[in-house]
Ligand binder design. Structure first.
Ligand code: NAD
Length: 283
């Protein structure tokens, strides 16, 4: 292996230590700690784990989390009512609705009901619009975490050829906008892209977020490229892997994120950072 590892777990730990100090200062100067409301609808086991991890991370940095666990039968109207209440609540700086929602609730309508100033996931069209207009406000957590990891390489991103694989509203699209804002030349690949290998072979930066294990072959990686793997998949033996063939890619890349321990811990970390930002903006 020649690539250096972009260690998201270690970076997230460092950032959380800094945030702990910031929340103490906020508590002292604003009279209250930052607050995050976390809404979980239904009993999906994976979502329960994600929500618990987020609550634990909040506690570690001194953010107060307000939990709202609702049954899967919750109506859209009830959920919208709760969001309206949290939008008005002066102790709540951020509102997070854990996705996916039950089938009878349209996630877009729910996201759009959140006050953009409290949209700490960065999913609201207003916040996506701000990013596309080069005035980032609350930024989508996963792409924001990827940018923070890219910063760790010390590389100047201006003029770099970047390929983002995946075009979802929560990862691929905002990731492409982040890289564009950083001055890279960005290609977005998606399920209709004809020759993925050709795009990746000329990329200085590859961000894989297709949700397909092993989609990106190690031999496609250009020597010296930076590889950020957003995908997370559980293999039959219980271990985790990403969208990129790690071992082969690591022989060619200059930098690479592991799965687990790369992008995942950074996503939660940027949720905390957004909550602090949303809190500060209110004072
Ligand atoms: P999604 O299913 O909404 O979007 C996938 C995108 O990949 C689509 O735009 C699709 O067109 C594209 N795609 C599918 N097959 C492709 C192919 N063969 N070639 C090129 N593009 C292809 O998924 P998402 O929510 O954006 O998540 C993507 C992955 O990232 C998933 O594995 C998810 O678990 C993971 N994820 C990880 C984190 C984290 O914190 N590490 C956060 C969010 C998502």
């Amino acid at each position: 292996m020649t690539a250096k590892i972009l260690d998201g777990k270690a970076l997230a730990q460092r950032l959380r230590t800094d945030m702990r100090a910031q929340t103490s200062q906020m508590q002292a100067s604003h009279g209250r700690a930052p607050g995050l409301a976390v809404i979980l609808v239904g009993e999906d086991p994976a979502s329960q784990i994600y929500v618990n991890n987020k609550k634990r991370a909040c506690e570690e940095v001194g953010i107060i989390s307000f939990s709202h666990a609702l049954p899967a039968s919750t109506s859209k109207e009830h959920l919208l009512g709760l969001i309206a209440e949290l939008n008005r609540d002066a102790h709540v700086d951020g509102i997070l609705v854990q996705l996916p929602l039950p089938d009878h609730i349209d996630p877009e309508q729910i996201i759009e009901a959140i006050d953009p100033a409290k949209d700490v996931d960065g999913f609201h069209p207003y916040n996506l619009g701000c990013l596309s207009a080069r005035k980032p406000a609350l930024r989508s957590c996963t792409p924001y975490g990827c940018m923070r990891l890219l910063e760790e390489t010390g590389e100047d991103l201006h003029g770099k050829e970047a390929v983002v694989i995946g075009a979802s509203n929560i990862v691929g699209r905002p990731m492409a906008l982040e890289l564009l804002l950083a001055g890279s030349t960005v290609t977005i690949a998606h399920r209709f892209t004809r020759d993925l290998a050709a795009h990746i072979q000329r990329a200085d930066i590859v961000v894989a977020a297709a949700g397909k294990p092993g989609l990106v072959k190690g031999e496609w990686i250009r020597k010296g490229a930076i590889v950020i793997d957003v995908g997370i998949h559980r293999r039959e033996d219980g271990s985790l892997c990403g969208d990129v063939e790690f071992d082969e890619a690591a022989k060619r890349a200059a930098w690479i994120t592991p799965v687990p321990g790369g992008v995942g811990p950074m996503t939660i970390c940027m949720l905390l950072a957004n909550t602090l930002q949303a809190h500060n903006a209110r004072f």
